[in-house]
Design a protein around this ligand. Structure first.
Ligand SMILES: Nc1ncnc2c1ncn2[C@@H]1O[C@H](COP(=O)(O)OP(=O)(O)O)[C@@H](O)[C@H]1O
Ligand SMILES: [Mg+2]
Length: 391
C-alpha cells in the first residue's frame, strides 16, 4: 500500500498542510525543528493511534487549537481509502472512513499500516519493558485490528482492579475485613482479556523470531545471533524464576490454559497485591527478552549492537506485515525512517538502504541531503518553517 495524499489541520506545528505523495522513496530534508518528524508522526499515529514521541495526545494538537485533523488517502491494490481522524486533547478521537463516521474509532485501525523507525527506538533495547510491550501490542493491532478492543478492555480492567486492591488494602489497614467477592469477579475479567492478549503476544514473538534473527544478521553483516523470547510474569508468580526460553513461551499459546494459570497466580499473589495496591501478574508485567548469542542485550550490547537490534526489530515487523497481506490484500506497509541515517554508521546505513530500496513506499526524514544514501534516490521535499515544497 502507499499514501497518495496527506492533509493536516492543526496537527503539531502545522496549521494546514496538503501534500501529494507517490510510491517509492520520498525524502523530507530540513534543519532541526522545521516539522519533518511532525509530518511522519501524523502517519504513524493514524495507523496505531499512538505516537512514537509522546504518551499523551495533547502535544499532537497545535497549541491554542481545539483539535487536530489528520486525513490520509491510502491506495491498496486498486481501491483508495480515505481515513480521517480528529484528535481532541483529553477526549476520545473521532474517525471517518470514506467520509462516513465509523461506529468505533478503532474500526479504522489496519487501513493504513506503517512501520516507523526512529531514534526513540533505542529504548526498545535499552529502555523499560513497557517499550517492548508497546512494540508487540502495536504490531498485534496492525495484524489483528480486533485486538485493539482486547487491549483497551484489559487496560480498563487493570484500572478497576487496581482501585479495588487499593480499597481492600485500606480496609485491611483499618482492621476491617475487605470485601473480596468483587475482587474474585475482576480476577476473572483480568484473566479473560489478559489470556487473549498474552497468547496473541506469545504467538507473535514465535512468528517474529526467525525474522529478527535474519534482519539482525543482515543489519550487522553476520556479527551475532539475535534471539527473542517472551517472558511472562506468570512464571515468577508460579515460582519458576529461571530464565524462560522457547518451551515456556510455547506454554503461553493456549488461551484457556493461560486463563487458568492467571486465575491461579492471582490467588497466590493476592495478599501481596492488596499490600501493594497493584495487579502483579498479567501481560502488563511481561517483557520481550532480547538476546545476542547467549547474552541478554541489557547490560551487554554495545551502542552499535543496540542500534542494530532496534532496527532489526522494526524490519522484522515490516517483514511480518508484508507476509500477512491482511483481509484486503493490503500489500507492503509504508516504511518510515525518521532521522535515523545520521545515527547509523556508514556500513549500517548502506545495508539498511539496500534492504529497503525495494519497498513500496519509504518516507525518510533527514537534516541534510547527504544523510540519505544514494541508493534511496527518489522524490525530495524541503521542509522549512512548516512549509513543505517539492525539490
Ligand atoms: N502541539 C504543537 N503546537 C505547535 N507547535 C508544535 C507542537 N508540537 C511541536 N511543535 C513544534 O514543532 C517543531 C518540531 O518539529 P519536528 O517535526 O519535531 O522537527 P524536525 O524537523 O526536527 O523533525 C518545534 O518547533 C515545536 O515547537
Ligand atoms: Mg525530527
Amino acid at each position: 500500500m502507499y499514501v497518495s495524499d496527506l492533509a493536516l489541520n492543526d496537527f503539531r506545528s502545522y496549521a494546514e498542510l496538503v501534500l501529494a505523495l507517490e510510491p517509492g522513496v520520498s525524502a523530507f530534508i530540513g534543519h532541526n525543528g522545521q516539522g519533518k518528524t511532525n509530518l511522519v508522526e501524523a502517519l504513524g499515529y493514524l495507523s496505531t493511534f499512538s505516537s512514537h514521541r509522546v504518551a499523551s495526545d495533547a502535544a499532537l494538537v497545535r497549541s491554542g487549537a481545539p483539535a487536530a485533523v489528520v486525513r490520509v488517502k491510502v491506495v491498496r491494490g486498486e481501491r483508495p481509502s480515505l481515513v480521517e481522524l480528529e484528535i481532541v486533547a483529553g477526549r476520545a478521537n473521532r474517525a471517518r472512513l470514506n467520509r462516513s463516521p465509523v461506529p468505533r474509532t478503532r474500526d479504522v485501525l489496519g487501513v493504513l499500516r506503517t512501520v516507523l523507525f526512529a531514534p526513540e527506538d533505542l529504548e526498545l533495547v535499552k529502555g523499560d519493558p513497557q517499550h517492548r510491550r508497546r512494540f508487540l501490542d502495536d504490531l498485534l493491532v496492525l495484524l489483528t485490528p480486533r485486538l485493539a478492543g482486547v487491549r483497551a478492555e484489559y487496560e480498563k480492567i487493570l484500572r478497576q482492579r487496581g482501585a479495588l486492591l487499593k480499597s481492600a488494602g485500606t480496609a485491611r489497614f483499618r482492621g476491617s475485613r475487605p470485601d473480596l467477592s468483587t475482587l474474585d469477579v475482576w480476577d476473572g475479567h483480568l484473566a479473560d482479556a489478559g489470556a487473549r492478549l498474552l497468547a496473541a503476544r506469545a504467538a507473535l514473538v514465535r512468528d517474529l523470531r526467525p525474522h529478527v534473527a535474519r534482519t539482525y544478521e543482515e543489519v550487522s553483516a553476520g556479527q551475532g545471533e539475535a534471539r527473542i523470547t517472551y517472558r511472562s510474569s506468570l512464571l515468577g508468580a508460579e515460582g519458576r524464576e529461571d530464565e524462560p526460553g522457547e518451551a515456556e513461551e510455547a506454554e503461553l499459546l493456549d488461551v484457556a490454559a493461560v486463563r487458568e494459570r492467571l486465575v491461579a497466580a492471582m490467588a497466590t499473589t493476592r495478599s501481596k497485591e492488596i499490600e501493594r495496591g497493584v495487579s502483579l501478574v498479567g501481560p502488563h508485567r511481561d517483557d520481550l527478552v532480547l538476546r545476542l548469542g547467549d547474552l541478554p542485550t541489557k547490560g551487554y550490547a554495545s551502542h552499535g549492537e543496540s542500534w542494530s537490534y532496534a532496527l532489526a526489530l522494526r524490519l522484522a515487523a515490516y517483514e511480518i506485515l508484508r507476509e500477512d497481506a491482511g483481509p484486503a490484500g493490503d500489500g507492503d506497509p509504508v516504511l518510515i525512517l525518521d532521522d535515523v541515517f545520521a545515527e547509523l554508521d556508514v556500513r549500517r546505513r548502506e545495508r539498511l538502504a539496500g534492504m529497503v530500496a525495494g519497498a513500496q513506499q519509504v518516507l525518510i526524514t533527514a537534516a541534510v541531503p547527504d544523510d540519505v544514501p544514494p541508493a534511496l534516490a527518489g522524490a525530495r521535499f524541503t521542509v522549512h518553517q512548516g512549509e513543505v515544497t517539492r525539490g
